[in-house]
Design a protein around this ligand. Structure first.
Ligand code: 6PG
Length: 471
């Protein structure tokens, strides 16, 4: 009789196939199932040497039969309805103590619901955030697990084996119960949106403000990648800007339509930040920028009416170039401070006890936002755990003090020239508001009291007061 599999996987799209090959490569036998059988056949066909560790299954019953109980089964299907459908099917063929692991980009609220729905059934549910794209899935993603600690212990070996490693440490961890893993993945993506948008804004200043060609911009990012901005996103930006379109011979970036797609995780992170009452303005700006980017026809019409910024910063090139790197770094600090503040608030709200230094550590390799910066962030959280915001961690105070003047100078010039810099300017506005001991909401309170008798507090006495307003 054929030896049973250690684990199963449903959904052989690119991510699912790559994850299955990764699991097989690490020495585990894996049973796989895909609704369209031809895809399963094609997958096995191209599995090469790993073929021996893969059990292809034509039905979900056969899949359950092929795995040694208690069975861990990974779902890598489209987030949403498909996950609920698969769970319903699995309930018919699985038995007590089996674990269903949703590895898609689920909304954590769905994950919480599914976790609690399955609780009484004897089955266990894990919501697992996986980051790193196709390459990561195949050779080592960053893995963010939410579920019971006991269920994590049962799958820890295989998940740490397939995860990315940072200086030998696996980038996989249990982060808390029910929706914790998918929540953290959502915020990872929110930060990813902000990181990408801020890079795109700097690219915009170089392209439209300084009139530089893609090939001239590429080495600038390449150079920054050797310094404190060293990260996967900066690295691929340099590579993207270098690449030529085989059809036209132009830089490929110049033939790509400026309309960004989005699948929802960025938007969810903003919705959750707002619901938790945590400002995540750089992330919000990045999501809004993608929405505006999609309104291509309206933008073309508006350009005809208002005109558009030309390369008005060319004369400033020598001064501006060194500031751009520091500006991006300062913006990055603010965006990460926001993302981590959202996670800290969610941790309290949902009782997860999210280990922020661990999250920073498992993002150091494998995921899309992996960077040198995350190592410094992990250290900052580990050594100054009690700070209310990353901006207040001593190392980051120093870095922010060094770089925010550059962000200020870059933004001043960009705004004057009419170049859109929404995420970078939101980052700076967040920093300036955060560090302002006396803000301007005294006026807001006065207005609220004037029109709605909402009352206000005084600086010199406790209690609620009303103003002497004359109507
Ligand atoms: C990752 C990516 C991954 C995916 C996003 C892209 O961490 O591996 O974030 O999850 O590429 O879904 O999201 P958008 O389509 O919304 O840009």
């Amino acid at each position: 009789m054929e030896q049973k599999a250690d684990i199963g996987l449903i959904g052989l799209g690119v991510m699912g196939s790559n994850l299955a090959l990764n699991i097989a490569e690490k020495g585990h036998r894996i049973a796989v199932f895909n609704r369209t059988t031809s895809r399963t056949d094609a997958f096995v066909e191209q599995a090469g040497d790993l073929r021996d560790r893969i059990i292809p299954c034509k039905t979900i019953e056969a899949l359950a039969e092929a795995i040694r109980p208690p069975r861990p089964i990974i779902l890598m299907v489209q987030a949403g309805k498909a996950v609920d459908e698969q769970i319903a099917l699995l309930r018919g063929v699985l038995s007590a103590n089996d674990i269903v692991i949703d590895a898609g980009n689920a909304n954590f609220r769905d994950t919480m619901r599914r976790f609690h729905e399955l609780e009484g059934s004897g089955l266990t549910f894990i919501g697992m955030g996986v980051s790193g794209g196709e390459e990561g899935a195949r050779h080592g993603p960053s893995i963010m697990v939410g579920g019971t600690e006991e269920s994590w212990r049962r799958v820890e070996d295989v998940l740490t084996a397939i995860s990315a490693k940072y200086e030998g440490e696996p980038c996989a961890a249990w982060l808390g119960t029910d929706g914790a893993g998918h929540f953290v993945k959502t915020i990872h993506n929110g930060i990813e949106y902000a990181d990408m948008q801020m890079i795109a804004e700097i690219y915009g200043i170089l392209r439209d403000g300084l009139g530089m060609a893609a090939k001239e911009i590429a080495p600038i990012f390449g150079g920054w990648n050797r310094g404190r901005l060293n990260s996967y996103l900066i690295e691929i930006t340099a590579k993207v800007l270098e690449a030529d379109d085989p059809q036209t011979g132009s830089p490929v970036v110049d033939v790509i339509l400026d309309r960004a797609g989005q699948k929802g995780t960025g938007k969810w992170s903003v919705i959750e930040a707002q619901t938790l009452g945590v400002p995540a303005t750089a992330i919000e700006a990045a999501v809004a920028a993608r929405v505006l980017s999609s309104m291509k026809d309206e933008r073309i019409a508006a350009q005809k009416v208002f005109g558009v910024a030309g390369p008005g910063l060319s004369a400033d090139r020598a001064n501006l170039l060194p500031d751009l790197e520091a500006a991006l770094f300062a913006g990055k600090i603010a965006a990460y401070a926001q993302g981590f503040a959202v996670m800290a608030a969610a941790s309290k709200e949902f009782g997860w006890n999210l280990p922020l230094p661990v999250i920073a550590k498992i993002w150091r390799a494998g995921c899309i936002i992996r960077s040198q910066f995350l190592g410094r962030l992990a250290e900052a959280f580990a050594t100054s755990g009690s700070v209310p915001n990353l901006l207040m961690a001593p190392d980051f105070v120093e870095m922010m003090n060094e770089t925010h003047p550059s962000l200020r100078r870059v933004l001043a010039r960009a705004v004057e020239a009419g170049l859109p810099v929404p995420a970078l300017s939101s980052a700076l506005a967040y920093f300036d508001s955060y560090r302002q001991g006396r803000g301007t909401s005294n006026l807001i309170q006065a207005q609220r009291d004037f029109f709605g008798a909402h009352g206000f507090e005084r600086i010199d006495a406790s209690g609620a007061f009303h103003g002497p307003w004359a109507s």
